[in-house]
Write a protein that binds this ligand. Structure first.
Ligand SMILES: C[S@@+](CC[C@H](N)C(=O)[O-])C[C@H]1O[C@@H](n2cnc3c(N)ncnc32)[C@H](O)[C@@H]1O
Length: 210
């Protein structure tokens, strides 16, 4: 019987020899403890907001063709349908620009006001904490997280029955905010399945309620 994650073959040109970067970042421990231990409080929120506020001005200089390739492949081969789509942790919009090409009803949400200020006006922007989303239960057909912390309980609450979650790490396992597709499925309450792939410098998981 297949497991909850089905891996597709790597896309042509996938970069597999990533230099060590994010696995040594303090954000890795934050990512894992938020996903598995709900280790998020006002102090951590303030620190993370301050960190990203401080990086907002030059965040968009991180765009590379390899990074873009992972997002485009996730959208192409992930096969998740749109409807109401909310991008959590949209930052300065490096993913948002691609998402708006595919989804008419897109909201871009981030904790950091500075990140949102540096984001072009691509979609309605919401400043909020993804650990307590300002949306009713079942409001989203799809949540998209590009290099963003996973708050499993809120994903479970806000994704409608039959909806999905697109998880993208644009530097693969060397993304500071990284979870494997298997870990994403494990962290979510209830029963979910995923299709996963690698492309460019990244990896992704298209996750759906089983
Ligand atoms: C690593 S950056 C990624 C930004 C963008 N998705 C990208 O790939 O370029 C993580 C983003 O998540 C946001 N973020 C972190 N914690 C958050 C939270 N609890 N709620 C909403 N956004 C959050 C940060 O402010 C930051 O913009």
């Amino acid at each position: 019987m297949p497991g909850p994650v089905t891996w597709l073959p790597d896309a042509e040109g996938t970069v597999t020899d990533l230099p060590v970067f994010g696995s040594a970042s303090p954000m890795r421990e934050v990512t894992e403890t938020v996903a598995f231990d709900a280790a998020w409080d006002s102090s951590r929120r303030a620190k993370v907001r301050e960190l990203f506020d401080g990086m907002a001005a030059d965040w968009s200089s991180r765009a590379t063709p390899e990074r873009e390739a992972s997002i485009l492949d996730a959208l192409d081969r992930g096969g998740l349908a749109g409807g109401t789509v909310i991008e959590l942790g949209s930052g300065t919009g490096l993913g948002t620009g691609h998402l708006i090409e595919r989804f008419d009803d897109l909201i871009a949400l981030d904790l950091s006001m500075q990140m949102l200020r540096h984001q072009p006006d691509l979609a309605p922007k919401v400043q909020a904490d993804a650990s307590m989303l300002p949306f009713p239960d079942g409001a989203a057909d799809l949540l998209v997280l590009v290099n963003m912390l996973l708050f499993p309980a809120e994903v479970d609450r806000v994704v409608r029955p039959g909806g999905g979650l697109l998880w993208i790490n644009t530097l693969g396992h060397e993304t500071p905010i990284h979870l494997s597709p298997e870990a994403v499925v494990d962290a979510l309450p209830g029963s979910w399945t995923a299709t996963a792939g690698r492309a460019g410098s990244g990896l992704w998981a298209a996750v759906q309620r089983a």
